[in-house]
Design a protein around this ligand. Structure first.
Ligand code: AHM
Ligand code: MG
Length: 366
């Protein structure tokens, strides 16, 4: 029997997984003085805390290598820095617009620029990344040749940034691909324009009432919460499942008269049904996260003015579609599965209908 079991004494550090040792250090200090009189329940074999890095390596997915974990830690580091800056945004001169317009034709916020630069700096020196592709930048960042830089990280550095000064949740979305070619030049575009089903990992961070990170590496969706006091993302929920049904629709209804007819009919039907709720935050990550937890459907269809909608295939639709499918949900563009779309351009847009399996099917039935 392990020493101290049932007596509220922590097992010896030498026998512990690293994270329990960390937890012991933070919460209990060192040595046998750590008898906890009130803790009479049997010691669990589970670590007290599980960091995202540890969780990733423990999953034993084909990409769970220390090399890949190093890449992932570039994303977690960047998002911790962004999270800290967002929390202080009202105190420092980082709210508001830069005066520039980005490649998408949208006004660049100061925090957009900060988030973009932070991700580029944190990921640019990881060693195994060949290319970085950002929604904010017209061209990809060439980091190194394919031989040593086999991964491509694509990201929307600050999704929902028009919500910043209203204190509404915003986020970062990321997608990771592996390079297929070894060359540079025109080959680079072939590497970047891969369909979403080739993603090796994807996820997002929401800077909300707390900062949470959800990711998949193709073996389920796992959720972490940032503990700002120790600067670590800690496991909150493993293998998240999206409810198969849900009576919530999430759409910018102001555009509804310009949506395809089928979508208009669905929305009319849902109102007649009488038991639907409508929720629209206007930050895709936050609307998606609610859909993942509560179920329902998020829609950003094409409109008469923008037949391909607003959302970007590579930085928004693909990573969230990967997460949705891994949680048992569905993501389509109205005609086909998002992850099967062959991208033709880096900043391509796509209509997006994403959410609970039954609700997405219902939308498509109209
Ligand atoms: P952004 O990445 O530039 O912030 O734009 C994408 C955002 C999404 O987060 C959100 O779903 C959508 O734009 C909201 O658009 P609209 O104001 O047209 O409803
Ligand atoms: Mg966005």
């Amino acid at each position: 029997m392990q020493e101290g079991r049932g007596e509220g004494v922590l097992p010896l550090a030498g026998h512990l997984p690293e994270d329990l040792a960390i937890g012991r250090h933070f919460f209990y200090g060192h040595g046998r003085r750590n008898r906890i009189p009130w803790a009479h329940t049997p010691m669990s074999q589970e670590p007290l805390i599980t960091t995202i890095e540890r969780h990733f390596l423990d999953r034993r997915s084909p990409h769970a290598t220390t090399e890949f974990s190093w890449l992932l830690s570039g994303i977690t580091l960047a998002t911790k820095i962004i999270s800290a800056q967002i929390q202080r945004a009202g105190l420092i001169d980082i709210m508001g617009k830069t005066g520039r317009v980005n490649v998408q034709g949208e006004e660049v916020q100061k925090l957009d620029e900060f988030a973009n630069q932070t991700l580029v700096r944190c990921l640019g020196y990881r060693g195994n990344i060949g290319l970085l592709v950002s929604e904010e930048d017209e061209e990809p960042h060439f980091i190194q040749e394919a031989q040593s830089g086999k991964y491509i990280v694509l990201f929307d550095p600050l999704d929902g940034s028009s919500n910043i000064n209203a204190n509404v949740s915003i986020g970062t979305i990321f997608s990771i691909l592996e390079r297929q070619t070894s060359g540079n030049g025109p080959d680079v575009m072939r590497d970047i324009l891969q369909p979403g089903h080739r993603q090796v990992a994807a996820g997002y961070v929401i800077y909300g009432s707390s900062t949470v990170l959800a990711y998949t590496a193709g073996d389920g969706v796992h959720l972490f919460t940032l503990d700002p006091s120790i600067g670590a993302y800690l496991l909150a929920q493993e293998n998240m499942r999206m409810p198969e049904a849900g009576r919530i629709y999430s759409v910018n209804e102001a555009y509804s008269r310009t949506f395809p007819e089928g979508i208009q009919h669905y929305l009319d039907w849902a109102k007649e049904a009488g038991d639907y709720s409508s929720r629209y935050i206007g930050s895709l990550v936050a609307d998606f996260h609610r859909t993942l937890i509560r179920g329902g459907v998020f829609l950003y269809p094409g409109t008469t003015k923008s037949p391909e909608g607003k959302l970007r295939l590579l930085y928004e639709a693909n990573p969230l579609a990967f997460v949705a499918e891994q949680a048992g949900g569905v993501a389509v563009d109205g005609r086909r599965r998002v992850l099967d779309k062959q991208p033709k351009a880096m900043h391509e847009r796509t209509p997006l209908i994403i959410g609970s399996k039954d609700e997405v099917r219902r939308v498509l039935s109209f």
